[in-house]
Ligand binder design. Structure first.
Ligand code: FDA
Length: 525
């Protein structure tokens, strides 16, 4: 009841103050909404009808973090841990989805003040607190490289406001992953605050738990306070290009058809993704409506001569022109691919890409036929104007690690990952939102014959509550997250059954009271 929640909130506040933790904001207090909203990336989960936390605690030290976990527990509040707040389903700051959908009083432990990055250039390693954003880490790494040039880098995503905590917990794919794999594949050690407030390093947590935290998804194991990362060597000059091509459905289907053979097979130094966006479907002219866009994003670890010669030989259909490619340092490429205008903007935590939306993912293991691609392009343009499909090439080093080396199993045999998305505006009504989400689910159903099966795979960092299944009367099923239900649905999809079962064993060892849970956290035995 509200009275019980008030008692819990007071108990939390008393405990925090007694422990010397002063940086927190209670619901209803001035500044609470600003602090709570700051890192919400998907504004769909900021809606007034969605349950809010009793408090947001922002620890400023490791000890403060330990205290926050203990005080939340002693006040009988559920815990949500937030680093960058980019969870597609708001799992770091809501109790939406899953068994306790909206019911549990909870506290958000927000790590935004735990964002220090210490680079040790001589050993090409860094210790980074989990609340650092990718942009903050990229900036620190580049500015600590020996020659003050970008000879060291971190392999992770392009979006600079993603938090290190959630990103590495789920894998972390980005433009240099075909050369250096995922962020999680480059973790050498970590400090985990567990449910009883201990700080465990790799040795103390044991190899099973250390395996689990590198790709088994955030929010299941404890709070990762910091990661020790292997930094990777990059040349002083890299090449970036973002050509956009427009043409008839058949021409664009032909281009994407060819890309499927090229993108995943390029040398490891090359990244070339393709994004299908909706063209001019709102136009009244038939000619306009028949035009489709394909936006490519390219990064090559090398000079532009290398980029041009390889791409023009292997993918002449792209027609890459010299005017479309630019040379720069790796950190400049990180800023450019994040859509920023300067390298210094990498340190800004203010997200310019907040959105209302829903995403889903798939993996493609056999090239999709040209006719099917044309049909997909038509489906896209018959849909809402803000739908898209992004194709991220795998292969290279991604395919050389075994599917069980980390919980992330999508290695050899996967040509590319698909991400589907739909967005809407702040003033979209309920009917329009549900029509868009329904459109996305239909697109996903439509894609069934073209993507992986048994299990139909998905990427845990593109968390998708739909994978829990549907009950017509309830919406996304609120079945107890039993091991068997989770294994048969999202568990197999994100991790494969073998990896999922190992994750369940690790979970049972590190968090036997299931203190750290969310709609799709790893269940206990
Ligand atoms: P957030 O704070 O929301 O946390 C996500 C989950 O991890 C939650 O369950 C949370 O409780 C848990 N968690 C957070 N910090 C933790 C900690 N310190 N210890 C334990 N658990 C913790 N991914 C990708 O691989 N490649 C890409 O290119 C992109 N691109 C991209 C663009 C945009 C615009 C968005 C919104 C997202 C992506 N992603 C992505 C997905 C992204 O990697 C994923 O959402 C991450 O989980 C986000 O991490 P945050 O810390 O920002 O999220």
């Amino acid at each position: 009841s509200p009275r019980d929640n008030g008692v819990r909130a007071r108990s939390l506040s008393t405990c925090l103050l007694a422990s010397g933790v002063r940086n927190f904001s209670m619901a209803g207090s001035p500044g609470y909404a600003t602090i709570f909203d700051f890192s919400i990336q998907n504004l769909r989960f900021a809606a007034p009808g969605i349950r809010k936390p009793e408090a947001v605690v922002l620890p400023t030290s490791r000890r403060g973090l330990q205290r926050a976990v203990l005080c939340a527990r002693s006040a009988s509040l559920a815990i949500r841990v937030r680093s960058g707040g980019h969870s597609y389903e708001g799992q770091s700051y809501t109790v939406s989805g899953g068994v306790l959908d909206g019911k549990a009083p909870f506290v958000v432990i927000d790590l935004m003040n735990l964002n220090k990055v210490r680079v040790h250039a001589a050993s090409a390693t860094a210790w980074a607190e989990s609340g650092a954003t990718l942009g903050e880490v990229y900036h620190a790494v580049a500015h600590s490289s020996p020659s003050n040039r970008s000879s060291l880098a971190l392999t992770a995503a392009s979006c600079s406001t993603i938090g290190l905590g959630g990103h590495i917990s789920g894998g972390g794919f980005g433009p240099v992953s075909r050369k250096f794999m995922l962020a999680a594949d480059n973790v050498l050690d970590a400090l985990l605050v567990d449910a009883v407030g201990r700080v465990l390093d790799r040795r103390a947590m044991g190899e099973d738990v250390f395996w689990a935290i590198r790709g088994g998804g955030g929010g299941s194991w404890g709070v990762v306070y910091a990661w020790k990362l292997r930094l990777v060597p990059v040349p002083d000059t890299v090449t970036v290009f973002t050509p956009r091509r427009e043409g008839s459905v058949d021409a664009m289907a032909g281009l994407v058809y060819r890309w499927q053979f090229v993108g995943p097979a390029l040398p490891d130094e090359f990244y070339l993704s393709a994004s299908l966006t909706i063209g001019s479907s709102s136009s009244s002219s038939q000619e306009d409506r028949d035009l489709r866009n394909v936006a490519f994003t390219g990064l090559v670890l090398g000079p532009k001569e290398m980029a041009m010669s390889v791409l023009n030989e292997r993918f002449p259909e792209l027609g890459l022109a010299e005017a479309e490619v630019s040379e720069m340092s790796w950190v400049e490429s990180a800023a450019r691919l994040a859509g920023l205008s300067s390298v210094d903007e990498l340190t800004s935590r203010v997200s310019k890409t907040k959105y209302y939306g829903k995403n889903k993912s798939d993996y493609v293991q056999r090239p999709i036929s040209r006719d099917s691609l044309a049909a997909i392009l038509r489906y896209l343009s018959d849909g809402p104007p803000a739908g898209y499909v992004t194709m991220d090439p795998y292969g290279g080093a991604m395919a050389r690690l075994s599917a069980t080396a980390t919980p992330f199993p999508h290695r050899a045999g996967n040509l590319y990952a698909l991400q589907y998305g739909v967005t809407w505006d702040s003033d979209a009504g309920e009917a329009s939102v549900s029509a868009r989400i329904q459109w996305l689910r239909s697109l996903y159903a439509y894609m069934t014959p073209h993507v992986s099966s048994n299990p139909r795979a998905a990427y845990v960092n593109y968390i998708d509550i739909d994978l829990m299944g549907f009950d017509e009367s309830l919406g996304p099923v609120r079945l107890a997250s039993s091991v068997s239900h989770a294994r048969a649905t999202w568990g197999a999809a994100y991790f494969t059954v073998e990896n999922f079962d190992r994750l369940v064993r690790a979970k049972t060892r590190i968090d036997p009271a299931n203190v750290f849970y969310n709609a799709q956290s790893i269940p206990l035995h």
